[in-house]
Design a protein around this ligand. Structure first.
Ligand code: ZN
Length: 262
C-alpha cells in the first residue's frame, strides 16, 4: 500500500513538474505567418483562404482586375493585406509579371510612380513583398527607392527570397524599415502532400527560431495549396504555435511606431 501511495505521489510530482502541454511553447510565444501571394487575379483558392478561419496574410497583385475587390474582402474578414509588387526576374515569361512591373530599365522616378500607384490600388496594405524579381531585387538603386517609399508609407517589407543576392534586407536595415524574409515556399511543387510537408517544415523552423514565414499561392493550383494548408493546420496549435498576420511578427515597439494610424 505504502509503495502504491509512493508511486502515486511520484506521478503527481512528475505531472506538476513536467506538464503534458509543452511549457516552452507558451513561454517562448511561438508565432508563424502564412502569406498567400497572387490575389487580385486567378480564382483558385481565393474563397477558401479569404473565408477560411486561418489568419493568413493576403498579398494582392496591384493593377490586376480584382485587386481592390480582394483587398477589401480580406480586410472585411480581418485578414491582413500586403502589396505583392511584381519585379523583373532573370528568366520567366513576361506575362507572369502582370501589368506595370518594376523593371531595371525604369528610371528612379518611374519606379517611384509605379510603386506609389501600386500601393494606392491595394487598399489597407500594411506591407509589401516581391512577386518574382530575381533581377530587380539585386539592383540597389531600385530596391532603395522601394524601401524609401515603404518607410514613407509606414509599411513593412517581406523579402520573398527569389534571389540570394537581394538588397532588401541590407537597405531596409540601413533605412530603418521593418524587414522579414520568407523561410519556406509551400507550393513550389504542386501537390497537397508537398504542401503538408512544407507546413511541417514551417512548424519546425518556428520552433527553432521563435518565428517563421511561409509563402503559398492562389491561382491555377490555389485549390491544392489551400487543401494542403487546411489539412495540416492542426499541428500548429498542438505544438503551441500561433498563426498570426505578418505585422504581429514585428516587435511591439515597431508595431506601435508603424501602425498606430490604422
Ligand atoms: Zn507572386
Amino acid at each position: 500500500m505504502k509503495k502504491i501511495i509512493g508511486t502515486i505521489l511520484m506521478i503527481m510530482v512528475y505531472v506538476v513538474l513536467f506538464p503534458a502541454t509543452p511549457a516552452h511553447g507558451s513561454a517562448r510565444d511561438l508565432k508563424a505567418s502564412i502569406i498567400i501571394d497572387d490575389f487580385g487575379g486567378g480564382t483558385g483558392g481565393v474563397k477558401q483562404f479569404l473565408e477560411g478561419d486561418i489568419p493568413i496574410t493576403a498579398a494582392v497583385m496591384p493593377f490586376t482586375p480584382r485587386a481592390k475587390e480582394h483587398a477589401v474582402w480580406a480586410h472585411k474578414n480581418g485578414i491582413e493585406v500586403m502589396v505583392h509588387l511584381p519585379m523583373e526576374p532573370k528568366k520567366g515569361k513576361r506575362s507572369w509579371l502582370g501589368p506595370k512591373p518594376i523593371t531595371v530599365n525604369l528610371s528612379t522616378q518611374e519606379v517611384r510612380k509605379r510603386v506609389e500607384e501600386a500601393i494606392d490600388t491595394v487598399p489597407y496594405a500594411k506591407g509589401m513583398n516581391n512577386h518574382m524579381g530575381s533581377l530587380a531585387v539585386e539592383n540597389e538603386r531600385i530596391v532603395r527607392e522601394i524601401v524609401t517609399i515603404a518607410k514613407e508609407r509606414r509599411m513593412y517589407i517581406v523579402d520573398s527570397g527569389t534571389s540570394p543576392n537581394s538588397k532588401f534586407t541590407a537597405l531596409a536595415k540601413e533605412l530603418g524599415v521593418p524587414i522579414l524574409s520568407r523561410d519556406v515556399f509551400l507550393d513550389d511543387i504542386s501537390s497537397a502532400e508537398h504542401v503538408r510537408k512544407q507546413m511541417s517544415k514551417l512548424a519546425r523552423i518556428t520552433e527553432r527560431k521563435g518565428t517563421g514565414i511561409a509563402i503559398g499561392h492562389v491561382g491555377v493550383s490555389g485549390n491544392i495549396c489551400s487543401s494542403g494548408v487546411f489539412q495540416s493546420i492542426g499541428q500548429f496549435s498542438q505544438r503551441g504555435i500561433k498563426i498570426v498576420p505578418v505585422s504581429q511578427l514585428l516587435s511591439k515597439q515597431m508595431q506601435e511606431m508603424y501602425f498606430h494610424h490604422f
